[in-house]
Ligand binder design. Structure first.
Ligand SMILES: Cc1ncc(COP(=O)(O)O)c(C=O)c1O
Length: 343
């Protein structure tokens, strides 16, 4: 359902607002100083998070960006390269953090949907010779944001992981929307995370909490990341007040299926009127990428119509318009968007 101010917001799944239950849990949260490891709500959240992805330990961080960047920092050395697909979030839209904070560059491969193929890893590692920088870490992103929430299946990740291991790489999984991938594939998130050293996921995206992400991995790796988190100023205190909302969000993860159904209906509705604008078969989770030029109306007219209908969207990037479904939009909001576009 749209927000109380009547706006239906399709810009991102980060726009969800805490539910009444979350606000109550935040008010009731038992807290302590988490830098001393004394916040029982954070400790519980970390245990539940690690268990959800089949890892032994976890550390709570404020954002997905910090989760990715701490994972990179802990598993690479300055001057090395990090192997990822060219559309990876950690490379493109984290403000150059990996270069600025960890002194690493990215070696990218063209991998549609983020699905890096074993031969691409082999080729990238094969170039080292006596000139190229060492590659120490590979990063997956599942679901893959820029490609429209596409998923990489377990077998795809397994094949890439074995090749990366053969070359001695550490492996990080940016699972900002990992549970969307798990729900879409009908597998456990632990299966997707099984072969990686570190995995991050966000409570503040489709899961619907107001703040927070987590990094999961072995106790040794998480201890090192906890150390680095303090260095970056990410050591938080009575943070159980936000961990309480995140715990509820994590428990409610099966509901992501509803967002996927809504995205499928949105894509089908657009394709009914403008078949070239979107391929419904490519919509696997909660993100719909639309080619604006095929919508049959100029963009200024589209924005004016959406504004009148009180539908919020982001501007297209390189001609691609990203619409995202989440807990705070429903079928009526999808219809409102479709009417604004095509009536
Ligand atoms: C795939 C992916 N990774 C990481 C992030 C960063 O998360 P945050 O906005 O919490 O820093 C995002 C944010 O949209 C994302 O889509």
């Amino acid at each position: 359902m749209a927000f109380p101010d009547g706006i239906a917001d399709f810009r991102s799944d980060t726009v969800t607002r805490p539910t009444a239950g979350m606000r109550q849990a935040m008010a009731d949260a038992e807290v302590g100083d988490d830098v001393y490891g004394e916040d029982p709500t954070v400790n519980a959240l970390e245990e539940e998070s690690a268990a959800a992805v089949g890892k032994a330990a976890a550390v709570f961080v404020p954002t997905g960006t910090m989760g990715n960047q701490l994972s990179i920092m802990a598993q690479s050395r300055p001057g090395e390269e990090v192997l990822c697909d060219e559309g990876a979030h950690c490379r493109n839209v984290e403000r150059g953090a990996a270069a600025a904070l960890s002194g690493v560059a990215f070696r990218t491969v063209h991998a549609p949907g983020g699905w890096i193929q074993p031969h691409q890893i082999e080729v990238a590692l094969g170039t080292a010779g006596v000139f190229y920088p060492r590659i120490g870490l590979m990063v997956w992103e599942n679901t893959h944001n820029l490609s429209g929430g596409r998923v990489i299946p377990v077998e795809g990740m397994e094949a890439g992981n074995s090749e990366a291991r053969r070359h001695g790489l550490a492996i990080h999984l940016d699972g900002a929307r990992l549970f969307n991938a798990a729900v879409a594939l009908g597998v456990g998130a632990d299966q997707l995370a099984a072969g990686v050293d570190s995995v991050t996921f966000c409570f503040s995206k489709g899961l619907g909490a107001p703040i927070g992400s987590v990094i999961c991995g072995s106790p040794e790796l998480i201890a090192e990341i906890r150390y680095l988190r303090k260095r970056l100023g990410g050591g938080m205190r009575q943070v159980g007040v936000i961990a309480a909302a995140a715990r509820l969000a994590l428990r409610d993860r099966e509901r992501l299926e509803e967002d996927h159904l809504l995205a499928a209906r949105l894509a089908a509705g657009i394709a009914d009127h403008a078949p070239a604008a979107v391929d419904p078969a490519s919509v696997q989770t909660n993100i719909v990428n639309v080619v604006v030029d095929h919508l049959k109306r100029p963009w200024p007219e589209i924005t004016a119509r959406l504004a009148t209908a009180r539908v919020a969207v982001n501007a297209p990037i390189n001609g691609v318009w990203r619409l995202v479904t989440h807990r705070d939009v429903d079928q009526a909001d999808v219809q409102r968007l479709l009417d604004a576009l095509f009536r």
